[in-house]
Write a protein that binds this ligand. Sequence first.
Ligand SMILES: Cc1ncc(COP(=O)(O)O)c(C=O)c1O
Length: 435
Amino acid sequence: MPSYLSREELKKKRDQYLVPSVKHLYSEPPHFVRGEKQFLYDEKGKQYLDMFAGIVTVSVGHCHPKVLERTIEQVKTLQHTSTSFMTQPMVELAEKLAEITPGNLSKSFITNSGTEANEAAIKLARLATGRHEVIALEHSYHGESHLTSTLTANHHYRPNIMPASGIVFAANAYCYRCPFQKHPTSCNLECAKDVERVIQTQTSGQPAVMIAEPIQGVGGAITPPDGYFQEVKKILEKYGVLFIADEVQTGFGRTGKHMFGISNWDVQPDFITMAKGLGNGFPIGAFITTPEIADKNQKVQINTFGGNPVSAATASAVIDVIREEKIMENARVVGDYLMEGLKDLQKKYPIMADVRGKGLMVGVELAQADKTPMTTEAAKVVEFAKDNGVILGKGGLWASTIRIKPPMIVTKGDIDTTLQTLQKALESVSKVAVS
Ligand SMILES: Cc1ncc(COP(=O)(O)O)c(C=O)c1O
């Protein structure tokens, strides 16, 4: 076994050599040295059940052998040429993306990350429409660049510098904290209608494009009600606005019933952007659009590493594994089991104020009876779970939502372990919260 720095030594060096904005999820972060299937191992060999998948990225399990085989074969054969030269893995990947995405989305641009995919999609949407303004949703997360961090409606990620121009925000479909104080059974989808209000009052009336996550990921698994995106799409069509579904988290079967999350609302987007789960941990992103839109940009577009043979071959192998090993079906069955277990637990622990999501994209928002977010308690829950061998995520505007988004190969047994650990964690924080 290779020798590793102790957790403490590594933390000291990390603080010395990395910028402070690279923050870890925990106050006491473990030092992970190995991953296999749905498990991670620290430098002392302790096993952790990974229920967060490296921020919703390890879609088919850590170091999946069939994926690794393709990666290693490609690394040994040809690593790089750049997009200026023709290679087979990039074209094969683009063909697979056309097969698995809905409607007539068939032309891809391959990048290294979700940020780049969103950047490139918005650039093309602006070129294709000859318009500039972009609509996004409150509580969104779309990336780290100047443009995409301006599209991110969460102050924790928005730098205090001149924002990119032409960005406006509509209310999000956050039923637990409805921006219009309505109830889902009688709201008449007021949040969807807000898109029209924003177009009329905050834009020229001719925005280029709207970008939205089908389920907001970093925002805390905020899941719009049935009918929401259909209503939004009607409004966008009325004003000639294109629609980008940012599927960086919701893609590749994670929501259980469809390869891409937006299909849960039976809406056809003009672009899908993707990353994370596509590479199972390998850096890759992409957008896919229609030939009509793609043809509107005939200039040269280079991405030095985008679609490099190793990432492209790896991503193709990930898609093959998702299809061959019925990973999406597992996300549905195990995700339903998780949801049932959480709803049961919710009856005992009222601080589980809202349990939401689809498939294996699930959030549990902790709040007091008056909806005050329980940020400290959420931090304690994830720290407790980690100390007890289960990795959970955390997010939302107030960092008060526990995020459960594991590799999509987890079993019902793993869900039982997660629920038991969560129960113990809630037990310990509920006592403190009540007293
Ligand atoms: C919905 C969404 N879009 C875009 C991004 C940015 O992707 P990346 O970190 O690969 O640049 C993320 C990252 O968390 C995301 O969750």
